[in-house]
Ligand binder design. Structure first.
Ligand SMILES: NC(=O)c1ccc[n+]([C@@H]2O[C@H](COP(=O)([O-])OP(=O)(O)OC[C@H]3O[C@@H](n4cnc5c(N)ncnc54)[C@H](O)[C@@H]3O)[C@@H](O)[C@H]2O)c1
Ligand SMILES: Nc1ncnc2c1ncn2[C@@H]1O[C@H](COP(=O)(O)OP(=O)(O)OP(=O)(O)O)[C@@H](O)[C@H]1O
Length: 295
């Protein structure tokens, strides 16, 4: 078995996690291929000494990998999705971060979870992604990386003044949102930024998207759930010449009046689901449902 290992940061708290993972996989004859920048950090900290094969953003993974193991928080998983792209390699997140909504494995019981990996005792949950194209073309939106797992967001830039987001669904006019911005969220992203702006929660397999305005000044503008095969077009205007568009954690500056087209990608990202660690359990644990002492 061969697995890819990825992390964005090194902190002292990384040491026990890395030691656990490396020892476990070595004992179980699992080959580890490590993302090149992460391996550099591990060498610098003298955490590993042996030579390892590496991969990078430019050398795409293929289906000879059982999975990619992401060590970090949700931000690291979002970045891992840009390494996995359309390869079909599933992602398992080990939470070395804070919330770890997508990174389901807690660092305290890594061995138990890795045993499920070695035994191939896991399922995968397929996540819908969104693609973004801009007319005229914008160089900051990199070809091959123009997709988001959580959401595509447009928002105001260098101003406190609101933007107007003219929105079309399958070429039919929907609304001109006058707001700080607009979020187009996948089911995965529904527990992220969209949630903070009053959007509904969607379970990962729901075939829908959510359009959630950010602080709209029209008080009747509410989050809208639409089928995930809808093509969404946005045209933004405002006092400044430019506004921001973000794809998960990545951001670009776009000239007003450009046309943004957002639609479902023709590939999905697979997230590893370890037995017992379901989305519903994560909802209860991470959103602290049931903490109210009255029930
Ligand atoms: N006001 C907000 O809630 C807000 C604002 C900006 C971005 N975000 C989210 O942050 C993501 C980018 O992550 P980052 O690490 O670069 O930013 P960050 O460092 O600001 O962290 C954002 C927080 O959102 C959580 N998060 C990310 N994706 C999630 C998901 N699908 N479900 C539940 N929680 C999730 C992370 O655990 C983290 O605690 C964006 O895709 C967006 O969803 C949220
Ligand atoms: N490889 C790692 N080792 C140790 N700590 C890490 C590692 N990666 C991330 N962290 C810790 O987690 C924090 C957040 O990481 P990351 O950006 O991946 O997640 P996030 O988007 O902020 O989400 P979360 O709230 O789930 O942590 C980092 O600032 C750091 O404290």
């Amino acid at each position: 078995m061969k697995v890819a290992i990825y992390g964005q940061y090194y902190q002292n708290s990384t040491e026990p996690i890395i030691k656990d993972i490396f020892l476990f996989f070595k004992t179980n004859n699992v080959e580890m291929v490590i993302e090149e920048n992460f391996l550099k950090m591990l060498y610098e900290k003298d955490l590993v000494q042996k030579e390892y094969k590496t991969f990078s953003a430019s050398t795409s993974l293929d289906n000879s990998f059982e999975m990619l193991i992401s060590i970090g928080g949700d931000g690291t998983i979002l970045r891992a999705a840009t390494l996995v792209r359309n390869s079909g390699v599933p992602i398992l997140g080990i939470n070395a971060g804070r919330l770890g909504f997508l990174a389901t494995v807690q660092k305290e019981n890594i061995d138990i979870f890795l045993q499920f990996v070695v035994d191939k005792n896991y399922t995968t949950s397929e996540r819908t992604l969104l693609s973004l194209t801009c007319e005229p073309k914008n160089e900051a939106i990199e070809e091959g990386l123009n997709f988001a797992m959580n959401e595509v967001t447009v928002s105001r830039k260098d101003t406190t003044s609101m933007i107007t987001v003219e929105t079309y669904l399958n070429n039919e006019y929907l609304n001109s949102y006058w707001a700080d911005g607009l979020i187009i969220s996948t089911p995965t992203g529904s527990t992220g930024y969209s949630l903070s702006c009053g959007g509904p929660l969607l379970t990962p397999e729901v075939k829908s998207l959510v359009i959630t305005p950010i602080a709209p000044h029209n008080l009747t503008a509410r989050p809208l759930v639409i089928p995930d095969n809808t093509e969404i077009k946005l045209r933004v205007s405002g006092r400044e010449d430019h506004y921001l568009v973000s794809l998960d954690s990545r951001i670009a500056s776009i000239k007003n009046e450009s046309i943004l087209t957002i639609k479902k990608t023709n590939f999905k990202i697979k997230m590893v689901e370890i037995p017992g660690e379901t989305f519903l359990k994560t909802l209860r644990n991470k959103l602290l449902w049931g903490e109210d002492k009255r029930n």
